[in-house]
Design a protein around this ligand. Sequence first.
Ligand code: DC
Length: 221
Amino acid sequence: MKTPVITIDGPAASGKGTLAKRLAEKLGFYYLDSGAIYRLVALKMLQAGLNPDDELAAAKTARDFISGFDASQIANPDIRTQQVSDAASRSSRFSGVRSALMEIQRKVAHTPPTPFKGAVLEGRDMGTVVAPEADVKIFLTASPEARAQRRTKELLSRGEKTTYEAVLQDLKERDERDSTREVAPLRPAQDAATVDTSGMDADAALAHVLDLVRKRLTKTA
Ligand code: DC
């Protein structure tokens, strides 16, 4: 039987990480944070003193990274800084980087590790490129202001020095870069359900999406 796959795509700080993780826990599915993989490549570039706008260096870093990848690296807190966010948004626009990272993402989608019964894939192009055959596709969004408020709170609580204005500006730049790039731009899949979480807290967003997912999975079962 085919493993059920749910994709959650959306812009930075739309709440998709928290939502995807909790959804996966509720359903007993594996959770893949694809942004973390792009961030790990960006971190490697910064640590090596490479420029994330350098296409050849980015593609080579991604290929080298894959050969030594292990899922525990995703927990590295150093990938969550604003500097790495910016670098990941830059290096992820190159096709050489995206193709190098495609295989591990598809592998998880088709054969999640035991004992998981399915997979929740979170990112920018999960429903459009990585798993276009997914059973349920959600496009999670929120206004730039609501997202900037959430991200500012998160960064300050981790001790990073920033302001709401700086975060808002950074989010707008990332949105622009992520949605206008030539390869796998951020956009909702044609068959995705769009959920705007501007006026919802994390619990309300989870309840709403869980309801939607259960209805769709029952239909496709
Ligand atoms: O979801 P995130 O903020 O952790 O992602 C960091 C960057 O990685 C984001 O700005 C664009 C890139 N990314 C991507 O290009 N494709 C994905 N599926 C996930 C993230």
